[in-house]
Design a protein around this ligand. Structure first.
Ligand code: WT7
Length: 583
């Protein structure tokens, strides 16, 4: 079944694909050429926000719509490129007024509101580092990220501030200024976002960032330890623009909708930077997923390119064909998906229901941009992530005990690896050089994903080689979840796994053993889940909790989540004697 191709017939009314001939594009491509398409700055400088907005103003396209904001309550507001350039100038000037220096971290904790986009662009212009925090995070993930990033400024709303940040201020000495988007407040350390901007000029000298200056900080999870802060530099914009063009087929004037939240990397790389650097109009919907609303946006906004996620696709499938009946999607040229495996059924369903397939793309926080994709001009192999972009070398490798890698035969499973040297590769994990170094073997970056590659060079996702899980496309690490539950007086030990779920892909499930004197029961289960929700937020907290007498552990005391997973799925537990010694 996965080998069945979905052949492509290109609509003659639509513009020809940017990537027409895959082999030729790979053979002739160079990152230097991709870089030369950018405007750049004097003396070799480069700035993501300048490439995203100001360059279009400079070339006379300042009046075209950069951002079309659709509010929860039906509001609709357009921001032209020129307007975004001015507002982000005012924000950058405000940062300087607040004493922010290049390299300082500016965090945002907000839903998809216009101020988030202004903050991102203004921060980059000021040479500071933009760090988005997902608004559905509870106080604990927010605290860890604000503390570890040593954020100097936070942009947020009054409600999120009161609920998640205010009580933390005493333990966040670096956080000098909080800017509220919806308040007139002005007191030391707490300012009104709009009043602050209004007091500033909307002009600024050209940014003075260099390509290797830090620009973006995205927290991501591993099996152990606190979340890792992946650092990206301004040079990444070369990949953002190029992959937007080649993998998403973006072009100036496109109406483009990326449904990802900018609290995660997709919502920044492809929810802000790629569309703007390609001169498109970015549709931003503030509201949460809703079948009819989403179809209405596609139709009424005449979306040309749509980038979404398998969880959303499964929800649309669940709603059945009726809400899609009679939709006029003639404007829709290209649909793509990312973040978790895209089931072949989803690709086929889309052809039947929406008249065209989804194109799977693969990448991760560390890669900064799409690395592997199915292209508009190429036949699709449903179930495959596709083939590497021009400029990207991908391979399946097996780690040897000495740290070097082997290349197995085509079709054999191994770890997906990428040859280093693409512009949006992360440059560091914040304050954790050893962990960064562990990601590399010689010339290869090891992704932590297990995959296979067929004889034609198509990559197929198999799973992760660690204990992080994906729920509704969001990456969750066991460390944060388990740590919070361990703070509850009843909990002795806890192990987190991803439990397969029809819609979310996986849900967070925890196994808990109790301290003496506590008895398992429904009341305690609810209390523990409630406790975790309050601390972690609904996006991260476990949906299921099971009591268990003893958690399986290695001799060194590490919880073997693999065995918990096997137990959940009813799989054989394997040879326990060999696993015992695992570290
Ligand atoms: C992990 C990265 C994708 C960028 C935003 C999320 C999984 C990603 C696919 C895909 C199967 C996928 C991988 C990857 N993943 N795309 N097309 N098929 N799995 O970035 O939060 O760092 O997650 O998402 O496991 O390593 P992230």
């Amino acid at each position: 079944m996965p080998w069945n191709l979905i052949p492509k017939t290109l609509n003659a009314d639509q513009p020809a694909p940017h990537l027409a001939d895959y082999a030729a594009a790979r053979a002739t491509f160079s990152w230097a050429d991709a870089r030369a398409e950018l405007a750049g700055l004097p003396d070799g400088g480069l700035n993501i926000a300048f490439e995203a907005v100001d360059r279009w103003v400079a070339t006379g396209q300042g009046n075209s719509v950069a951002l079309r904001w659709l509010g929860k309550k039906g509001e609709r507001r357009d921001f032209s490129y020129a307007e975004l350039a001015r507002l982000s100038n005012q924000f950058a000037n405000s940062l300087e007024r607040l004493g922010i220096r290049p390299g300082d971290r500016v965090c945002v904790l907000a839903g998809r509101i216009p101020e988030l986009y202004i903050t991102a662009l203004g921060t980059l212009k000021a040479g500071a580092v933009f760090c988005p925090l997902f608004s559905a995070f509870g106080p604990e993930p927010v605290r860890v990220r604000l503390a570890n990033s040593r954020a100097r400024v936070l942009v947020t709303t009054s409600l999120l501030y009161q609920r998640k940040v205010q009580a933390l201020r005493p333990v966040l000495p670096d956080l000098a200024s909080v800017l509220l988007t919806d308040s007139d407040n002005d007191e030391p350390g707490l300012h009104a976002f709009h009043a602050l901007l209004d007091a500033e000029s909307d002009h600024r000298p050209l940014p003075c960032t260099q390509p290797e200056d830090w620009a973006l900080l995205h927290f991501t999870s591993g099996t152990t330890g606190a979340p890792k802060g992946a650092i990206h530099v301004h040079e990444a914009v070369v990949a953002h623009r190029w992959t937007g063009r080649m993998a998403l087929d973006l072009r100036p004037g496109d109406i483009y909708w990326c449904t990802a939240d900018p609290g995660w990397v997709t919502g920044v790389s492809y929810g802000i930077i790629a569309p703007l650097t390609n001169g498109a109009t970015l549709v931003v919907d503030e509201a949460e997923f809703d079948v009819r609303r989403w179809y209405a946006i596609l139709e009424q906004e005449r979306v040309n390119v749509w980038y979404t996620a398998p969880t959303a696709i499964r929800m649309l499938m669940k709603a059945g064909p009726e809400p899609a009946r009679g939709l006029d999607l003639r404007a829709l040229r290209f649909m793509a998906s990312v973040g978790e495996p895209l089931n072949p059924e989803g690709v086929v369903w889309a052809v039947e229901t929406l008249g065209q397939p989804f194109h799977d793309t693969w990448w991760q926080t560390e890669t900064g941009a799409i690395m592997i994709a199915n292209y508009r001009s190429q036949d699709i192999r449903p179930g495959s992530m596709g083939r590497p972009l021009p400029g990207i070398d991908a391979a399946i490798v097996q780690r040897r005990p000495d740290g070097s890698v082997d290349f197995p035969m085509p079709g054999e499973e191994g770890e997906l690896a990428l040859r280093v040297g693409w512009p949006s590769m992360f440059r560091a994990y914040l304050d954790d050089e050893p962990r960064y170094q562990q990601c590399f073997a010689g010339d290869w970056y090891l992704t932590g994903d297990l995959a296979t590659c067929d004889a034609d060079g198509y990559f197929w996702f198999v799973g992760r080689n660690d204990d992080v899980i994906k729920t509704a496309g969001h990456l969750i690490g066991p460390f944060e979840v388990e740590n919070v539950l361990l703070e509850h007086p009843a909990v002795a030990e806890v192990g987190m796994i991803g439990k397969p779920d029809e819609f979310a892909g996986q849900i967070v499930k925890v196994f808990v053993s109790l301290k003496p004197g506590y008895a398992p029961g429904d009341t305690l289960r609810k209390e523990l889940i409630g406790f975790a929700r309050t601390r972690l937020g609904p996006a991260v907290a476990p949906r299921e909790l099971e009591f268990i007498d003893d958690l399986p552990k290695t001799r060194s005391g590490k919880i073997m989540r693999r065995l918990l997973r096997a137990r959940e799925l009813g799989l054989p537990l394997g040879d326990l004697s060999t696993l015992e010694g695992e570290s």
